[in-house]
Design a protein around this ligand. Structure first.
Ligand code: ATP
Length: 271
């Protein structure tokens, strides 16, 4: 179907080593996918239950939700389909329900697979107004129920949002999304790991990662990645012709430029 030419099926190249911290989220995602692709689906039937269905990843922006979904797909060697909620509404105007149907059809045909719905609140946020969101959400629910009813189809649904309060409760019924995973700001240890991941390819041996991490409380993973990049740019600004190494003082300047944006209010909001 033409509407879907740009929803690519891929095996992402993100591995667990590329995702710092988030140990608990990693465990829970592994479990979700392991159950869903379990070949002994008969066992679920014998026990009179259906395999766990979908997962909702929620938390502040730039905190590894997408990375985690990609990593779990890579590790489990399953196909990965990624769709952004707002895109479904804007790109396929008038055709959004058809697009939802074909995403699921495609996911089944390449199963075992993960469908990742990013910014899912865009779909589920304003139900009951008769807009296109309503029809897309209704179609999404139908498809999710279809997967839940068929214990032989190994399609895992992962949704992500910064606004769990905007998610329609219908999505969270048993058999649809039954696992909520919080992905928060990285703690000290996670910040060190994320710094190391992004500094892997940077010549910056003189930079003290531990003390940098200590001073970066409140930074998201995305902001940590931005800082590492900024430090290299600072080094180049200083001496375009000869910059070969990123030094501690470059990081100092970068720290002054890249500031954390997640407010305490935003963090408390997830509690
Ligand atoms: P959003 O809510 O804005 O969609 P997200 O939670 O899905 O964000 P990601 O897309 O996973 O965030 O992260 C954005 C970028 O930040 C990643 O591509 C990566 O460069 C960096 N990053 C975030 N978290 C981590 C992490 N735990 N380890 C390594 N890099 C990270």
């Amino acid at each position: 179907p033409s509407a879907l030419r740009d929803v690519s099926v891929e095996t992402p190249r993100v591995n667990w080593e590329d995702v710092g911290g988030n140990e608990e989220a990693k465990l829970r995602l592994k479990e979700a996918v392991r159950w869903a692709v379990a070949t002994n689906s008969q066992q679920f039937e014998d026990l009179g239950i259906s395999p766990p269905a979908g997962v909702l990843l929620f938390g502040p922006p730039g905190c590894s939700k997408t990375l985690l979904a990609q990593a779990v797909a890579t590790e489990a060697k399953v196909n990965f389909l990624s769709v952004k909620g707002p895109e479904l509404l804007s790109k396929y105007v008038g055709d959004s329900e058809k697009a939802v149907r074909s995403i699921f059809r495609r996911a089944r045909s390449v199963a075992p697979s993960v469908i990742f719905f990013d910014e899912v609140d865009a779909l589920a946020g304003s139900r009951g107004r008769g807009g296109p969101e309503d029809r897309v959400l209704a179609q999404l629910l139908v498809e999710m129920d279809g997967i839940a009813a068929d214990s032989k189809t190994s399609v895992v649904i992962m949704c992500a949002t910064n606004r769990p309060d905007m998610i329609d409760q219908a999505l969270l019924r048993p058999g649809r999304i039954d696992s909520l995973v919080y992905v928060g700001l990285p703690d000290l240890d996670a910040r060190s790991q994320i710094l190391r991941i992004h500094m892997r390819t940077q010549p910056c041996a003189r930079v003290n990662v531990a003390s940098l991490a200590e001073r970066m409380e409140g930074y998201s993973g995305a902001e940590i990645a931005a800082l590492v990049r900024e430090a290299a740019l600072v080094a180049m600004e200083e001496d375009v012709a000869n910059a070969r190494e990123v030094l501690p003082h470059h990081y100092e300047t970068a720290l002054a430029r890249v500031k954390p944006r997640t407010s305490t209010q935003q963090i408390e909001f997830y509690d």
